[in-house]
Design a protein around this ligand. Sequence first.
Ligand code: ADP
Ligand code: MG
Length: 321
Amino acid sequence: MILNLKNIKKNFGKTEVLKDVNIELNEGEILTILGASGSGKSTILNLIAGFEEPSSGSISLYGKTVSSRDVFEEPHERNIGFVFQNYALFPHLNVFKNIAFGISKKDINRKNAIVEKMMKLTGLEGLQKRFPHELSGGQQQRVALARTLATSPKLILFDEAFSNVDAILKSKIESELVSIINDSGLSAIFVTHDSKEALSISDKIAYIEKGRVSQFSTPSKIYNEPCSKSVGNFFGKANFIEKDGKTYCIRPEECVVKDDGKIKANIGHSLYLGERQEVELFFDYEDKEYKFTVFVDKNLDLNDKDSLNFDIIWENSIHME
Ligand code: ADP
Ligand code: MG
């Protein structure tokens, strides 16, 4: 295990920001931390990096305790890379020198090769002589990334690092990053708002609510078996229904519209999305009223219909605690 956070609490003054956080990360894994703004995501990264000390609990890195009641290892001793939201490049150094800055002494004779490799990796070729103010926001962010990668950390933390980069570049950088991480045995933690991004790039996801990890699991598990309504809603369209006294989360794709479907529903608002249509359905089930969002075929003509029939694939759903 590369990282282990055990029963972490963190108070700022009287405010309990983290109440009981437990996170485990194995070598080579990508973890994404998600949660509402102010839920404590950056605080978790700051504790891992050593910019903050936990109020109680312990953190170990590569099997060694780095934060606990008795131990505190300084950030520079932790071999962790950090890419912030507000990249702090050195304004008086050009791109080459910014990237070369953190290269350790043992690698210094390979400096040019490392910087060149990192510039290629992050799509910055030809820009080595530019100064930060001569770069776009996206380019600056890539320099920050290259500078961090050049220090050859074992674990890299990304705090909403790509929120200033446009969507196309963002997904390009991310897919490249994921392959860099996978190829090099690096481990990484991403903090993001973007649930789609989290589902596609992560091995594990931690969803933070009110200072606790409310769910820590794989993308498919968190999508298919959310532990609460808020987790269900966060990771896509979610419908909730009670059956035999238990609440189930039913994804739109688990509702199959067909003429002999057992549930008859009235059609509400519909949205044409190109590859499919998204339709609001109103119906009664076990004496309760529900509104579901379901997907229907893009060619189904809804104009002359008031109602339609569908079935829920219960087998795919596990009830929530
Ligand atoms: P997130 O990154 O999820 O948006 P943060 O970890 O930045 O959340 O912050 C969590 C809470 O802790 C917020 O209410 C924030 O105001 C508070 N907080 C964070 N850092 C400090 C600090 N250094 N001093 C006091 N309060 C802080
Ligand atoms: Mg934050």
